[in-house]
Write a protein that binds this ligand. Sequence first.
Ligand code: SDX
Length: 429
Amino acid sequence: MADKKAQLIIEGAAPVELPILTGTVGPEVIDVRSLTSTGRFTFDPGFMSTASCESQITYIDGDQGILLHRGYPIEQLAEQSDYLETCYLLLNGELPTAEEKAKFVSTVKNHTMVHEQLKTFFNGFRRDAHPMAVMCGVVGALSAFYHDSLDINNPQHREISAVRLVAKMPTLAAMVYKYSMGQPMMYPRNDLTYAENFLHMMFNTPCEIKPISPVLAKAMDKIFILHADHEQNASTSTVRLAGSSGANPFACIAAGIAALWGPAHGGANEAVLTMLDEIGDVSNIDTFIAKAKDKNDPFKLMGFGHRVYKNRDPRATVMKQTCDEVLKELGIKNDPQLELAMRLEEIALTDPYFIERSLYPNVDFYSGIILKAIGIPTSMFTVIFALARTVGWISHWKEMLSSPYKIGRPRQLYTGKPSRDVVKLEDRK
Ligand code: SDX
């Protein structure tokens, strides 16, 4: 809705009027689409002050530390909902009725198996390959198995692809883990909940089927909810950009997985545990805080800071509570890494460097401690993030394709050489 205008005054040129658009909540945006008529572009590396699209899925208020999914606060969803309900909400815009939920859960359950031939795809990887490398490969490979639903202009195809991806990610993630362990892959079971099924496929073997702890399953489900979606972050923007070219949904999600892998993004949860191991002891914290502040040192405090949150990441607060619950359930007292993490948070949050820059713990700071306590190896942490974020990625993909869109094609500020002629090899000095 444009009810205000901005005026751009350019020396020696007529002023340019730009509409100001307002959303339901949050910052207004200046619509610069007509700027190309002036022969100029906006310049915003890293998209620090750019809204790339209009969306109704997730809202973040970084100053207040607010995260809403279709208007519902993340704290309420984490406490009162479950992951598949949250998936339904993100995909469809409303929380399901009991009947809608039962139908959705049943549909997802009936898509949790993957094509049997996909197993042979794993054999091309080394057993010690990083699980995220394998995930990029096998998820992209899904395009080779589902030719029946690749017409992105067909709403039914978009729907079935979304369900297939939500349903199959836990199966694929567990297969990646089993492959790395040299253990037989476990088939999904339809009598288990989504999180129970994932833990079953991860930790049970054909030799012994142990019951899944309801507390660990609930913690896993909550971790999935907390990672489900987060507006236009790097990996979601990657999925939108890939989707804008008309690429099929499986290829787009594989692109999102690749973008998530970076330690500045979803790879941070693995990097936090590596960092805690490197710090080792509370006595070394000051040394590492100094490294984090030293501009000549590339070291950053992993799990701290966020492009949008300049207050606490509300997911980190819920994650910390879950951490305490899981460790208590497991009878783990004084977990050294948790103690170290809490002390690190305490010290960092009293340090002017972190306070001035509003650097607080983000979603990745405590998640690794819970995942490790559940028995998930560090190398699988970002795979769990990708599993949970798939519903967010595919919801944004669906939203973009459900109304008119253009291929994403940014321009640049060119500072390279002006036009010049090629000099013959023999004449070059
Ligand atoms: C996720 O976008 C999303 O929504 C992402 C995510 C999601 O759900 O999709 O929330 C998930 O990716 C969480 C972030 C996980 N990454 C990390 O924990 C890695 C450590 N954090 C940093 O790399 C950094 O904070 C970012 C990448 C998260 C944000 O970087 P920005 O917004 O580009 O900010 P910046 O790097 O410009 O930092 C501003 C200042 C700089 O110092 P000055 O130049 O002003 O002196 O703060 C400093 C930075 O050097 N800084 C840090 C720091 N993070 C920022 N200094 C030390 N340690 C850090 N962690």
